[in-house]
Design a protein around this ligand. Structure first.
Ligand code: ZN
Length: 183
């Protein structure tokens, strides 16, 4: 199989960069996996289920939590991966200095105005979080809290819909499955 040298180099660079930045972090769950499993799952969801072949979307997916959850500065991303990648990562970065409830509403309100790249990454991110909540919910999350997350995710996803029909379909399926499993 032929590979595009430049794209593959950048993809591997992004994977390595994310692995380094997240190396001391773990996900939530009863038996928490290394954090890097999460961006890998997001990129896999985009590739497999979303059938995304836009290389930039895949690179952004690998890097999507670096600014929000590690010490990574936007300048680092710009320098290594270019301004467009950095801008898209910033689009999916939440500012946790904003009070929690306000931030959740902001994500719902902002969703329709994001770029096509950011929308797809965000939707795949939500799909992965929904799967985690169903398969290995964060420790001490009650049914009410899990359902609350699903209903919120549904509202965010409503604003992200329309740029990747495959992802839209999978989101609806996983959401239904997760809701049914809580009832
Ligand atoms: Zn994420």
């Amino acid at each position: 199989m032929d590979i595009n040298f430049t794209n593959t180099t950048l993809f591997i660079e992004a994977l390595h960069f994310a692995a380094e930045k997240h190396k001391y972090q773990k996900r939530k769950g009863t038996n928490p996996p290394p954090y890097i499993n999460h961006p890998i799952k997001v990129v896999r969801t985009l590739w497999e289920e979303g059938q995304v072949r836009d290389h930039e979307v895949l690179v952004v997916a690998l890097l999507h939590d670096t600014i929000e959850d590690t010490e990574t500065l936007p300048e680092e991303l710009t320098q290594r991966f270019g301004q467009r990648v950095c801008n898209a990562v910033l689009e999916v970065t939440n500012d946790w200095r904003i009070p929690r409830e306000q931030l959740k509403q902001k994500q719902i309100d902002d969703a329709p105005f994001k770029s096509v790249v950011a929308k797809q990454v965000k939707l795949a991110d939500l799909i992965c979080n929904i799967r985690d909540i169903q398969d290995d919910p964060p420790y001490r999350w009650t049914k009410t809290r899990r359902m609350g997350y699903l209903l919120w995710a549904e509202e965010v996803a409503a604003g992200l819909k329309g740029c990747n029909p495959h992802l839209d379909t999978y989101f609806a399926q996983y959401l239904k499955r997760a809701k049914d499993s809580i009832k």
